[in-house]
Design a protein around this ligand. Structure first.
Ligand code: TXA
Ligand code: MG
Length: 346
């Protein structure tokens, strides 16, 4: 299969109308969103949806998100629209919030992995919305990476994983948020299954108390059932070890400096994910600054790109933990998963 690359801004032929046609005809198109690149197929066509699982090597018990271009499209996908969903849609759509609720009969089992609920979101990205409109159907799309790898935040990342496996990539430049959408379930009490750019604090301003699944910051206990099937699978792993140091900035930096020295003596090649606040501690060591601890959204925006780019030829990435409020929760969820929950001793 030949994968076509289309630049959403400069290409003469309108990439989104061609992409829409490919999707209607059962093909696969990767497209930019404000969070990460998605790998899209016709969300009402089970056979087309199966191709997504094949291209990604994704376990087929892991359900997909349906992407829509206008809020009212959710009506056909859910049994009905609960009041809390209405308030969240008004506050945060288009935007990085995915809402899970009871599915209607038109949603194929291939999308939901047989569950009686379906995840829906309206992305905040012009190219994504134009593609969905051109396709004329909801687009089922997971992140456009090979299963287990960090999610792609540029068209180059998508091609790294997907070249030759899909029909088309729409290039819309780097993604703004950089981590996947917040996933909230409204079946029962409102509950965050995956944190993202719409934070717990923001959600609570609109609908009151929101729970956070324990699996967000902890490994799933052996044999336990995952609330969100995605949580039990290996995630975001670059081609090297990732080790996390917790604590205040200076404490974390000291742990990293100690472990860096030990690893270097063992002949290992290491890199540190530093922050604006801690870069001064790492003089003479190999580091990249990935953002500002006081603005965790900057860390989110750069994490996946850094995991992909900095892992080449490296044995260990050392990274600092940050507080888990606001966007810090999404950052720590992704970082701890990339690390397989390996936290360094004090
Ligand atoms: O930002 C995003 O959400 C990106 C872009 C492309 O929209 N998409 C994305 O999709 O991250 P994916 O498939 O990589 O992650 C979807 C997550 C998975 O953890 C999956 O298990 C969970 O949502 N999920 C989907 N439907 C569900 C359902 N009905 N019940 C529980 N969890 C569900
Ligand atoms: Mg994914």
């Amino acid at each position: 299969m030949q994968t076509q690359l289309f630049c959403a801004k400069t290409q003469k032929e309108n990439g989104t109308s061609l992409g829409g046609r490919i999707i209607r005809n059962g093909g696969l198109v990767a497209f930019p969103t404000e969070t990460v690149y998605g790998l899209g197929a016709n969300g009402l066509d089970g056979e087309a949806v199966n191709k997504i699982f094949e291209a990604k090597g994704r376990p087929n018990d892991n359900p997909l998100i349906l992407h829509i271009a206008k809020k009212s499209d959710v009506k056909q996908l859910w049994k009905h629209i609960p009041d809390e969903a209405r308030r969240l849609m008004d506050a945060f759509w288009p935007g990085p919030l995915t809402i899970i609720y009871l599915k209607s009969d038109i949603v194929p089992d291939e999308v939901t992995a047989g569950l009686d609920t379906v995840a829906v979101r309206m992305p905040d990205n012009k190219t994504a919305l134009a593609l969905i409109r051109a396709a004329g159907v909801p687009i089922a799309a997971p992140s456009a990476n090979l299963s287990g790898k960090p999610s792609p935040t540029t068209a180059e990342h998508v091609l790294e994983d997907m070249d030759g496996r899909i029909d088309m990539v729409l290039d819309g430049g780097p993604c703004r948020v950089g981590v996947e959408s917040t996933v909230i379930s409204l079946v029962g009490k409102p509950r965050i299954l995956r944190p993202g750019g719409i934070t717990k604090e923001m959600l609570e301003q609109v609908i009151g108390t929101v729970e956070v699944s324990a699996a967000v910051l902890n490994p799933l206990p052996e044999g336990a059932k995952a609330e969100s099937p995605g949580m039990k699978h290996k995630h975001y792993s670059p081609d090297c070890d990732v080790l996390v140091a917790l604590g205040e900035p200076k404490t974390a930096a000291n742990i990293i400096i100690r472990e860096y020295g030990i690893a270097e003596n063992d002949g290992k090649s290491c890199i540190i994910f530093a922050t604006e606040q801690t870069k001064g501690y790492y003089r003479g060591k190999k580091y990249v600054i990935i953002g500002d601890r006081d603005q965790p959204e900057t860390l989110c925006a750069n994490l996946f790109d850094a995991l992909r780019e900095e892992s080449h030829g490296v044995d260990i990435i050392f990274a600092e933990g940050i507080p888990t409020d606001h966007e810090g929760l999404a950052y720590m969820n992704r970082l701890l998963r990339a690390a397989g929950f390996t936290v360094l001793d004090k």
